[in-house]
Design a protein around this ligand. Structure first.
Ligand SMILES: *Cc1c(COP(=O)(O)O)cnc(C)c1O
Length: 372
């Protein structure tokens, strides 16, 4: 072969998009720990500690809490496929791009899909869910907590009450929020909840923590058919993560080392302090953007601290601004999705990225780019 291949030399970016977020050096060092076998007693205790730390972040006592190999979408697929059998009635609350993705997966799982829709940038109301369930009961109701395409934080307490009163299971996507905004799984009564490693937890992409409550465990035990996906079959996965330690897949040891360290950082900081830091950084960002005459897309009471959608000034080429931010300042932010494509930016202040110095750097760079 003629070609020569240089050392890997990608730039270090300031990651302020909707994920991945900056990974703390401690997590990268943990990841470089020598690989060990997936049934090595030393690895098994790392798995146990990772599960305990995941329970802390989910604010749950659920014994059935583990970390899936795969990104946030693997969490979504596991959450849906394990609880849907052919023809099961499923209600999905859709207020953005990831709600749509859930619908697509429900259909592929051969569930009988119904949906309630809210306009992008708004929340789904308990009354909408109630009306839909009165019209037709569902086995499962799925909803996104932090909708990354719009920057809304979906209120969950009242919807959970409605869902349970109608005898359904509540499934919540917290990929963009867990670890940055409080999601008290047990207090709300969420039955199935998953997240991703690379957003507010600030580990590299590739893992999806998931937790399953007692009602959902029972539903799983009562399945009549096998889960379509062997790889994401939670019953099999639990036999590897639980006391039986039955081989299922080769545990991605270095990824789990990274996850454990990222969760340990969350635990050291403490959830309350972490949520307060995310809220304070988001507030700083809103104020800085407003000073530049830009307005947030979402009403203040529904904003997701970890992800802000902001309208670009009228007539401005939003993509050109993003390109300059990256080329000249090494900063990554994202453009709008779906109905906000071409008119908005999405700024993530997630996990290790949510620090005042990063907000100031972004605001300064944005000012330069917009004024020139
Ligand atoms: C990012 C994201 C996902 C998908 O996660 P991947 O890691 O990209 O597979 C799902 N839901 C929400 C709300 C997200 O923000």
């Amino acid at each position: 072969m003629e070609a020569t291949f240089t050392d890997l030399n990608t730039p270090a970016r300031l990651l302020l998009g909707p994920g991945p977020s900056l990974v703390p050096p401690r997590v990268l060092r943990a990841m470089a720990t020598p690989t060990i076998g997936h049934l090595d007693p030393a690895y098994l205790s790392v798995m146990d500690e990772t599960m305990a730390l995941a329970r802390y972040v989910f604010q749950t006592q659920n014994p059935f809490t583990l970390v899936l190999p795969g990104t946030g979408s693997a969490g979504m697929e596991a959450a849906l496929y394990n609880f849907i059998e052919e023809g099961d009635p499923v209600l999905v609350c859709v207020a953005g791009y990831f709600g749509e993705r859930i619908c697509e997966m429900v259909t592929r799982a051969r569930g009988d899909l119904r949906r309630v829709d809210a306009p992008w940038g708004q929340v789904v109301t308990p009354a909408q869910v109630e009306a839909a369930l009165k019209e037709r009961p569902a086995k499962l109701v799925a909803i996104v907590h932090g909708e990354t395409s719009t920057g809304i934080a979906q209120p969950l307490h009242e919807i959970a009450e409605v869902v349970h009163r109608h005898g359904a299971l509540l499934l919540v996507d917290t990929v963009a929020s867990l670890g940055g905004v409080s999601v008290p799984v047990d207090e709300i009564g969420i039955d199935i909840c998953y997240t991703g490693s690379q957003k507010c937890l600030s580990a590299p992409p590739g893992l999806a923590p998931i937790t399953i409550g007692p009602r959902a465990e029972e539903a799983l035990a009562n399945r009549k058919s096998k889960v379509q996906s062997w790889y994401l079959d939670l019953t099999l996965l639990r036999k590897y993560w639980g006391p039986e330690r039955v081989y299922h897949h080769t545990g991605p040891a270095n990824m789990i080392f990274a996850m454990r360290e990222a969760l340990r950082i969350v635990h050291e900081e403490g959830l309350e302090a972490r949520f307060a830091r995310h809220a304070a950084c988001a507030q700083m960002l809103y104020e800085g953007l407003e000073e530049m005459d830009m307005s947030m897309l979402v009403a203040p009471e529904h904003r997701l601290a970890s992800l802000t959608t902001v309208c670009a000034p009228a007539g401005m080429d939003e993509m050109a601004v993003r390109k300059r931010l990256m080329a000249e300042y090494n900063i990554e932010i994202a453009g709008g999705l779906g109905v906000f494509k071409g008119t908005c930016w999405r700024v993530g202040l997630m996990g290790h990225s949510a620090r005042p110095e990063n907000v100031v750097t972004l605001l300064g760079a944005l000012r330069k780019v917009i004024l020139q």
